[in-house]
Design a protein around this ligand. Structure first.
Ligand code: 5RP
Length: 272
């Protein structure tokens, strides 16, 4: 691996732990104005200092992230279908590698839909993107998407989808946490990060998910809705960082969450 590629990976996975807290804000590319992401700039701005990388599209990057923000960018480069369609797998490459270079991306990301009607096209896109990424020194993150079929998130399916992605050359894989996740990790020779999925009932449940994933070998999270759909996104990110970087327990992370929440409330209530 050349220095540029290693440097980009090191920037996303800081040496403090070798893990990452990636903030996913790329939902609009097929879901439109997702709840709490309607005004992307307002949501993202306060969270930038508390995450290790931002995962988003070129549209939101150009319109909603200050060019001076010192944050590695994971650029989503696939799309082409919306939630109005039954089959979400009909994706293609929507942003070329030379634009990722122009945008100074640290990595590019695309969804692969293993076992879906457009499996072949999305896997072929992954292969093409990896070849271009190797040329440019930009790592590729494959996202093992499940479309609307959330029940597909079992260890057997995810191990297959992650392994295929790594075999086709993905440098990183984003997947879901599942029962038996350690088996998914064991069968995947490149670092895995986990998505959060739809908003869970509580912050504790999301922290538990992250804790289990790290304990079973994930190299971090690429989480969205369970952070910015929480009424307390900054405390949530700080609690997640403790789990991902410092191997905090869920109880310790919850303590950080509540402490940060109270500190923010006290600052807001304090007279000027
Ligand atoms: C959207 C994605 C999201 O980035 C991914 O699902 C992570 O976000 P969340 O934690 O909200 O699931 O790939 O297609």
């Amino acid at each position: 691996m050349d220095w540029g590629m290693r440097n980009r990976i090191a920037r996303m996975f800081p040496a403090r732990s070798g893990n990452t807290v990636m903030l996913a804000v790329d939902h609009g590319y097929f879901m439109g104005p997702t709840r709490h992401l309607e005004n992307a700039a307002a949501t993202i701005g306060p969270l930038i200092p508390h995450c290790d990388a931002l995962a988003l599209t070129r549209g939101v990057l150009r319109t909603s992230v200050p060019a001076g923000a010192p944050i590695p960018i994971v650029l989503r480069v696939s799309g082409g279908v919306t939630i109005l369609q039954e089959d979400l797998s009909h994706e293609t490459l929507t942003t070329p590698m030379h634009e990722a270079v122009r945008l100074n991306a640290c990595a590019v990301a695309l969804s692969v839909f293993v076992g879906s009607p457009h499996e072949h096209e999305t896997l072929a896109s992954l292969g093409k993107l990896v070849s271009e990424g190797e040329e440019a020194g930009i790592p590729v993150m494959a996202i093992t998407a499940v479309g609307k079929e959330l029940e597909k998130r079992d260890a057997r399916y995810l191990a297959l989808a992650c392994r295929v992605s790594a075999e086709l050359g993905a440098h990183l894989v984003k997947t879901y946490y599942c029962d038996g996740f350690a088996k998914v990790v064991e069968a995947c020779p490149v670092p895995l990060v986990v998505a959060g999925g739809p908003k869970l009932d509580s912050e504790e449940a999301a922290l538990q998910l992250a804790h289990s994933a790290i304990a079973e070998g994930a190299h971090g999270v690429d989480m969205g809705r369970n952070i910015w759909q929480s009424p307390h996104p900054v405390p949530m990110l700080k609690a997640l960082r403790a789990i991902v970087h410092d191997r905090a327990t869920v109880l310790e992370a919850l303590g950080i969450f509540h402490g940060e929440k109270e500190a923010i409330a006290a600052r807001t209530a304090a007279p000027a």
